[in-house]
Every structure is written in C-alpha cells, then in structure tokens.
Design a protein around this ligand. Structure first.
Ligand code: ADP
Ligand code: ADP
Ligand code: MG
Length: 537
C-alpha cells in the first residue's frame, strides 16, 4: 500500500494518493504485519468541535479506540505499551491526554455510526434508553431540543431511522464524559434536524472535547471549530492530518490537494459552478404534468401543483422529512396511484427508491449486465463503474452488500436503464463524503452527456447545489400534509426553502461552495433583510 503506481488501476483510485508523505513512514498503529495502518490521530480539544473529513474505512474507529484507551497504539511494532506512547507524545498536547487515559481519567461517550443496529442491542422504550444514559441530568432538555417528546413512550424497535438517529445523539450527549465522539449525525435527518443536532453538539463542546465524523459538508462546515482531513486507501491505510481551519480544510479537500502535507487526495477537483439558468425558450419540454393529490387513509395528504420538466435538466427536490417527497416521486414514477389528477405517461421513467429492496440473488456484475448492453464498454467503465467504485463489488452478492455499497449499485442500476426521465430518491444516503462527490458528478455528467432529465430528492445541500438547475420545494406540516410547488429557478426555490428554515448561505470566494452564515451575523441579517437567503454572487 501507499505505492504511486496503481493510481489509475487501483479500484480505489478515486481516493488514491500519490505516495505517502515521508514524515509518515512510521504508523501510529498497525494491525499485524500487513494489516491496516493508521498514521496520525485525531486530537480532541476541550472547548472545540473537531470535525473529521474523509471516507469510511480509513481508521476512525481505530483512532477512537486508541483515544479511549481500549487499544494501545503499537507504532508498527508487534505490541504496544503505554510507556512508549508517553515517550512518543512527550512535548506535545497529546502527552497530557494520554497520561489521563492511562490514569483512567478520560471517559468517552460514543454515538455509533449505524443507528439501525440499536434496536438489536436495546429492548425497551425511548424513555428507558435515555434514562439509562442520563448521567448529566439533561434528559428533558435534550428531548425538547431534539423533538423527541412524541416518541418518548414508544418502543425503540418501532422508531424510524431519523427518530433513532436523534435518540442516539441524545443518549451520547446525556452521558457525563470528557470526550464525545459522534460518528455521523446526519443520516436519516432532514436539514432542519441536522442543523438542530449541530447546535446541540456545539453547546456540548463549550466545556468538553468533541469529535465528529460527518459526510454532509455544509453541516461539517457549520458545526466544526477545526477540521482534520483523513485520506488514504480504505482497508489499506489511513492518514489523519493535523487540525486545520475549517474553511481551509474543506477547500483543500474539494480541490483534491493538501499543500501542507504535499499530498494529492484525488486526481481532480470538485467544483461548484454558479451556473446561469438556461433560457427557458430554447429547451424542449419533456413532460407536462397536471396537478394531483393523494391521501393515505385518514392520515397524510399530498397536493401537488402541475409542472413542466425540460429535456436534459436536473431538478432538485427539497423539503423536511415526512412532507411527501417520496410519495410525490412514486406517483410520477407510476408506483403509486394519485386520488385526483391523471398522469398520462408516454415518458419512460427509471426510478431509484429511497429504501432499496433486494429481491434477486445475483452477483453485482451479473445484475448490472442484465440491465445494460453497455456494461463492457469504455463509456460504462469511465462514467458509471469508476465514479461509483463498483469494481470491488462485482463478485459480491446483492444481498451481502452494506448500505453504502447497495446505494452505489442502485444508482448505477437506475442510470443504466434506458429511459427519458431518471428519478433518484436520496442518493446520498449511506455514502461517505468522497462517494457523494463522485456520485453527484456521475449523475450530472450522465444527464448532460445524454441529454436526459433527472429528478433528485436529497437533504445534502452541496449535492443539490452541484446537481440542480431548478428546484421543487415542499412545504406543509410533516406527517400531516404536504404541498409540492412547481419547479422554480434555483434562486427562487432556495430562497423559499431557506426562508422556511430561517438560515442563509453565502458563497465561498475561493471555491464558490455554499456556506451557512452564522445566525445573526452581519451577512445573515443583511441577506434576510433583502430576502436573499441563498446568495448568488
Ligand atoms: P473506519 O472507522 O474509518 O471505517 P476502522 O478503524 O473501523 O475504519 O477500520 C480501518 C481498517 O482497519 C479496516 O479496513 C479494518 O479492516 C481494519 N481493522 C479494524 N479493526 C481491526 C482489527 N481488530 N484487526 C485487524 N484489522 C482491523
Ligand atoms: P418524505 O419522503 O418527504 O419523507 P413520504 O412521502 O415518505 O415523505 O411520507 C409522507 C407521509 O406519508 C409520512 O407521514 C409517512 O408516514 C406517510 N406515508 C408514506 N407512505 C404511506 C403509506 N403507504 N401509507 C400510509 N402513510 C404513508
Ligand atoms: Mg422520502
């Protein structure tokens, strides 16, 4: 591992680096002789949120085991011992930290990455789980801030992903620890909930050390005080850089090059184009749809305005959880019948649902080959297989794939079908930051190069911003009713969406990526006064 030769051939080439920096010849920890090697460590700091930015499989859990004292780092030798660790960190800020670890003075509270596992480990009600972890006596406050009141007496086994995620965040924050580790906060949460959770974690960090791994860059950006970039080769080795300023770290990461380390983490940059909207008259219409409505029994009801989709455009779809986005796309895709309004369809549609079901026992290679005739072409290799990192999955069975692996295969399958309209419901789910950027690029290039129309439901603002030419915004009351507005320009749509959320964005001068303004900052107040929630420079 760490060679420079396989940059183009390695299945992980998208996240391959050109050699290891020389200063890193000795790992912090290595599992066995040819096992995974970790270089560097996250450095928790009291009073700060330290964000970790990088792909999965790069040594986060290993790091946290070391920082909690459960694993003694061996510096590449056969066995580690604490005396060597203290010697190694003498004269650095980590010396005192490890001294405390050895003296049993550091208590760690962790939120696991996969919240879906919680019901397997805990049998009981939300209240029981939270009472069991509430060492700081803050349960009522957390229940209120994370909006858990209505599920407090429900069984953990009955909670949705988004509810479990918020319960897990509350449980981690309720413990009385010195060092808190949140392994992702955004999965299953909508933007509103992501921002709420971020605020809670920032408050927690006022007098504690907090480490957060997060793949939603807008959230990582607003949440962190410093960022450590993680790079390397998943399962091979991982390097964790020293802490950097948040803006600088994210910009360096997007550009694919870390100047201080002199390392390229990606062959090319991820760019945000502040694209001028195309002139409406020169583009043919793909589909005009009529207004429609749908009500589930005496439960949730959806009303959609009619609208028009153009050829070759990508339309983003945004709104809180439980507002009817999935119902809306299912109706367009013909999976659900509306009660009122008819959707004639000459237009063929390829649809990736939010929750992906596996109903065939096939290897990934065989599955994709059964969908497309282009499987063995260089086009397919360059545009689908490589960006979605599918090659390492080819021999695996569909039913053995992890959430992130299945998501990548499902995106590939959706784009492999012959259709006029491609609908993807939450493609960023379960993907790490690198996979999201690559998937975004793959979807966008697919639409551009083939002149196809795509609709993408997602909560990741970076993904929506990079992909979309126009936007459908939902409003209403989650779980009660939802209204789908017709597609509007990005500017009009984002202004509507963000004014509902009460947050404003500016554009980073260097990379033009959107950044959340601090609440009540000068820019935040100015932009709100002008109604420019989503700032186009
Ligand atoms: P992350 O949390 O970033 O996803 P981990 O720290 O869990 O990464 O794992 C990084 C790599 O280390 C993985 O490829 C895994 O196979 C390997 N690894 C983790 N724990 C062990 C162990 N106890 N023995 C050997 N290898 C391990
Ligand atoms: P979103 O994708 O915006 O999160 P959904 O369209 O999935 O929203 O769901 C909107 C509301 O409709 C939710 O309250 C959900 O529980 C409810 N709902 C979704 N599908 C069904 C169904 N088949 N039967 C009854 N209620 C449903
Ligand atoms: Mg949905």
């Amino acid at each position: 591992v760490g060679c420079g030769i396989c940059v183009n051939k390695c299945p992980f080439s998208a996240i391959m680096i050109i050699g290891l920096p020389e200063a890193l010849d000795k790992p912090t920890h290595r599992y066995g002789q040819n096992g995974f090697a970790l270089y560097g460590l996250p450095t928790p700091q009291v009073g700060k949120v330290t964000g970790i930015l990088g792909p999965n499989g790069i040594g986060k859990s290993t790091s946290v085991q070391i920082l909690s004292g459960a694993l003694v780092p061996n510096f590449g030798e056969e066995k580690g011992d604490w005396d060597t660790v203290l010697e190694h960190y003498a004269g650095t800020g980590m010396y005192d930290y490890f001294k405390n670890v050895i003296d049993g003075k550091i208590k760690v509270s962790q939120k696991p990455q996969y919240v879906d596992m919680i019901p397997k480990a805990f049998n009981g009600k939300t209240r029981d789980l939270l009472e069991g972890t509430d060492e700081r006596g803050v349960m009522d406050e957390l229940v209120e801030k994370l909006d858990l009141g209505h599920i407090i007496n429900r069984n953990i086994g009955e909670l949705s992903g988004g509810e479990l995620q918020r319960v897990a965040i509350a449980a981690c924050a309720a413990r009385d620890a010195d060092f808190y580790f949140f392994d992702e906060i955004s999965p299953y949460l909508d933007i509103y909930q992501r921002i709420n959770s971020s605020k809670l974690i920032q408050e927690l960090a006022k007098d504690k050390a907090v480490l957060v791994v997060e793949h939603d860059l807008a959230i990582l950006d607003m949440l962190s005080d410093v960022v450590q970039v993680a790079y390397g080769m998943p399962s091979g080795y991982g390097v964790i850089t020293h802490p950097k300023g948040v803006r600088i770290a994210i910009n360096q990461y997007l550009k694919g090059y870390l100047p201080e380390e002199n390392v390229r983490v990606r062959p090319d940059a991820i760019t945000f184009e502040v694209h001028p909207p195309r002139v409406a008259t020169d583009i043919a219409t793909l589909l005009d749809y009529n207004a429609f409505s749908k009500k589930y029994g005496d439960g949730f009801s959806l009303k959609s305005d009619g609208g028009s989709l153009k050829e070759g455009e990508v339309i983003g779809i945004v709104g809180p959880n439980g507002i009817g986005k999935s119902t809306f796309v299912k109706i367009l895709a013909g999976e659900v019948e509306p009660d009122e309004g008819e959707l004639e369809s000459e237009v063929s549609i390829s649809y990736k649902p939010q929750y992906i079901k596996v109903d065939s026992f096939m290897q990934v290679r065989q599955f994709l080959r059964s969908i497309t005739r282009r499987f063995d072409t260089s086009y397919y290799e360059a545009e689908i297989i490589k960006p979605l990192q599918l090659e390492p999955l080819f021999d695996k069975m569909l039913n053995d794939l992890s959430g992130g692996e299945l998501q990548r295969v499902a995106i590939a399958a959706c784009l492999s079908k012959d259709a006029d309209l491609y609908i993807l419901d939450e493609p960023s789910a379960h993907l790490d930051v690198e996979q999201r950027s690559l998937a975004t690029k793959a979807i966008k290039r697919f639409a551009e190069n083939n002149g196809k129309t795509a609709m993408v439901v997602d909560h990741d603002i970076y993904m929506i911003d990079m992909l979309s030419e126009r936007l459908i915004v939902f409003e209403g009351e989650p779980a009660v009713f939802g209204i789908a507005h017709p597609p509007s320009s990005m500017q009009v749509g984002m202004n509507k969406f963000l004014s509902d959320l009460g947050i404003t964005f500016r554009r980073d001068e260097d990379t033009t990526r959107p950044r959340v303004n601090k609440k009540d900052s000068r820019l935040d107040r100015e932009q709100k006064a002008k109604g420019e929630y989503y700032y186009y420079k």
